[in-house]
Design a binder for this molecule. Sequence first.
Ligand SMILES: [Zn+2]
Length: 87
Amino acid sequence: MRSSLIGKIEKARRYAQEPERVTFTSLTADFRGGHNVHKVSYSEGKWQCSCDFFSQWGTCSHAMALQQALEKMLPEEACVLPVTAQG
Ligand SMILES: [Zn+2]
């Protein structure tokens, strides 16, 4: 019993080094921006953020930051960074 749990812990440690194994289908986060905490979420292919910029532009620094931070764990269609902003 105990030894099988130890095996799982070791496996988890290996998996944790391989974020590409994981794909978020949805997520919700509190994002501490420069001035306020914003609610950022991703669900069914769409990002949402509670900041003013997002409501005008459909994207914002908070959503883009999460896309970069979680790049390997998001489905391809979730990464909507403008081409010019990459690299
Ligand atoms: Zn935002």
